[in-house]
Design a protein around this ligand. Structure first.
Ligand SMILES: Cc1cc2nc3c(=O)[nH]c(=O)nc-3n(C[C@H](O)[C@H](O)[C@H](O)COP(=O)(O)OP(=O)(O)OC[C@H]3O[C@@H](n4cnc5c(N)ncnc54)[C@H](O)[C@@H]3O)c2cc1C
Ligand code: FES
Ligand code: FES
Length: 486
């Protein structure tokens, strides 16, 4: 690879920047504050939890820019390649505040001001992507921004009030030229690269190049959104020698629909996958919208959620209960395995050296099969599950024909509840069978106590989730009866 390839190119607002000699473990936040001395963006937690570091990245989508709020504290600087980076410093025009900032002033949305740049950037992304405000979606967009002093009411009011000014701003005026510049950057290099301080970041744009790089560097760490992995750097102070990004790999960004399945490339984010998944399984709506924050859902991928093999990830139990499978690739060779076979022991997976998740295949819904997923966490928004249960059930003439149950947070890996399933299969779907099956969960799981929940609570709440499934299905069956015969 020639010298010209050893570069990350992006637009800081509208100006092209090239990165050559920055340590690839540097986050966008540190790059802004320490290298560019753009200190408007704040560091609160350095772990994606508080939103103080929120910046916006613009990405070309047809001939428009799609604006995403992200946590700059857990985003590697190399991931900026081919994107526009907008920070709070870019909003003001001369002495004129941007309408988003003016609305915050008008509504008294700031006190100490530490959280304000982060809120303003989340609001800015919302304003640019939504023609009109809707209170619930404003709350969803701001769920990843914490404020310890102002209180959220004036901030939400400001987000509604910012719509009183027209959308046309300096970013709208420059949009087509920014699209052209970004497209040009994206076409210049098949693999963007950043090498410094004995570390390298590779960002290939196609799957064959990704597979080749991983064969050459079997010790490399794959990074998709970075919302898990980069915490190793910011929280555990690890140094990662070779980072290989999936976020530019075209084939891994596809959401495809076949006759029987939804196929998600491993680098598809929650926001990108949401619509296709919810169209099949409407009950996933709540779980996806409560997964992390808007910033996390903009960056985080389902491939990363599986790849991370955390026992408390939300998508693995869902995918196991749905009977989903993974396409794993190493070099030119691919194999397909059920998601449940991917998890072997705590953080140990079926992946071999240089192998990666290429696609996730999710079977489509069938009218005769019911699906529910429940997340239990202390806070409604932006919180990790204490327990997450997913259930797929088919009844036939009042008997349980098939049932798949999987839990996260209950064992060292996301895992099926096989004893519980066996207690239900072939049995009448009634109160007594369900209560017996709830007891069987004690054979399936011996959960841990930690700061999220005690072992007893985890077991009890998971048993109750099965009962909740029973009650919900009873009440929807009852509603059907009323609708048809009432
Ligand atoms: C504030 C905050 C809140 C969060 N809330 C939740 C939550 O509510 N629920 C939840 O489940 N998670 C949550 N997470 C964790 C995280 O956001 C998710 O697990 C997310 O899906 C990770 O995706 P990513 O693309 O960011 O993964 P990355 O961090 O890029 O990667 C994660 C791991 O997967 C590996 N990997 C990535 N892509 C592949 C691939 N194609 N093949 C093989 N391995 C791969 C990486 O090497 C790494 O080990 C939260 C994280 C933060 C910081
Ligand atoms: S500093 Fe708290 S989310 Fe980034
Ligand atoms: S204004 Fe002080 S933290 Fe929000």
């Amino acid at each position: 690879m020639g010298f010209e390839n050893r570069v990350i190119k992006f637009l800081l607002n509208q100006t092209e920047y090239q990165l050559r000699d920055i340590d690839p473990n540097t986050t966008v936040l540190d790059y802004l504050r320490e290298h560019l001395h753009f200190v408007g963006t704040k560091e609160g937690c350095a772990s994606g939890d508080c939103g103080a570091c929120t910046v916006v990245v613009g990405e070309p989508c047809d001939d428009k820019i799609y604006y995403k709020s992200i946590n700059s504290c857990i985003t590697p600087v190399g991931s900026l390649h081919g994107k526009q980076l907008i920070t709070v410093e870019h909003l003001k025009q001369g002495k004129q505040l941007h309408p988003v900032q003016q609305a915050m002033v008008n509504c008294h949305g700031s006190q100490c001001g530490f959280c304000t740049p982060g809120f303003v950037m989340s609001m800015f992304a919302y304003r640019k992507n939504n023609v009109r405000p809707e209170r619930q979606s404003v709350i969803e967009a701001l769920g990843g921004n914490l404020c310890r002093c102002t209180g959220y009411k004036p901030i939400i009011e400001a987000a509604m009030q910012m719509y009183r000014s027209p959308l046309e701003d300096q970013f709208s005026l420059a949009e087509s030229s920014v699209v052209e510049k970004l497209k040009a950057i994206r076409q210049q290099q098949a693999t963007a690269e950043l090498s410094a301080a004995g570390k390298t970041y590779f960002a290939p744009d196609n799957v064959a190049a990704l597979a080749d790089i991983l064969l050459k560097y079997p010790q490399a760490k794959l990074v998709a959104g970075g919302t898990d992995l980069i915490l190793d750097i910011t929280q555990f102070l690890k140094e990662i020698e070779v980072l290989v990004s999936t976020s530019r790999v075209e084939e891994l960004k596809l959401v495809e629909e076949t006759e029987s399945a939804i196929e998600l490339g491993a680098a598809v984010t929650y926001i990108e996958a949401r619509q296709a998944l919810i169209a099949q399984y409407p009950d996933l709506h709540e779980l996806i919208d409560r997964l992390g924050s808007r910033q996390i859902r903009n960056q985080g991928t389902i491939g990363g959620n599986v790849g991370n093999a955390s026992p408390i990830g939300d998508m693995p139990p869902v995918l196991i209960a749905l009977g989903a499978s993974l396409v794993l690739r190493r070099g030119d060779e691919s194999r397909q395995i059920p998601v449940e076979d991917y998890f072997i022991a705590y953080k140990k997976t079926a992946l071999q050296d240089s192998e990666f998740i290429e696609r996730i295949i999710v079977p489509k819904a069938k009218p005769e099969v019911q699906f529910r997923a429940y997340k239990i966490s202390k806070r409604l928004e932006d919180d990790i599950s204490a327990s997450c249960g997913a259930f797929r059930l088919q009844l036939d003439d009042g008997l349980v024909k098939s049932i798949d149950i999987a839990f996260g947070g209950m064992a060292e890996i996301p895992k099926r509840a096989t004893h519980c399933e066996q207690a239900l299969i072939g049995q009448p779907w009634n109160d007594s069978t369900v209560r017996n099956a709830m007891i069987e969960l004690e054979k399936d799981f011996t959960p841990l106590s930690d700061f999220r929940a005690s072992a007893d609570y985890r077991l009890k709440v998971s048993q109750n989730l099965l009962y909740r499934l029973y009650l919900e299905l009873q009440s929807s069956a009852e509603q059907m009866r009323v609708t048809h015969y009432g």
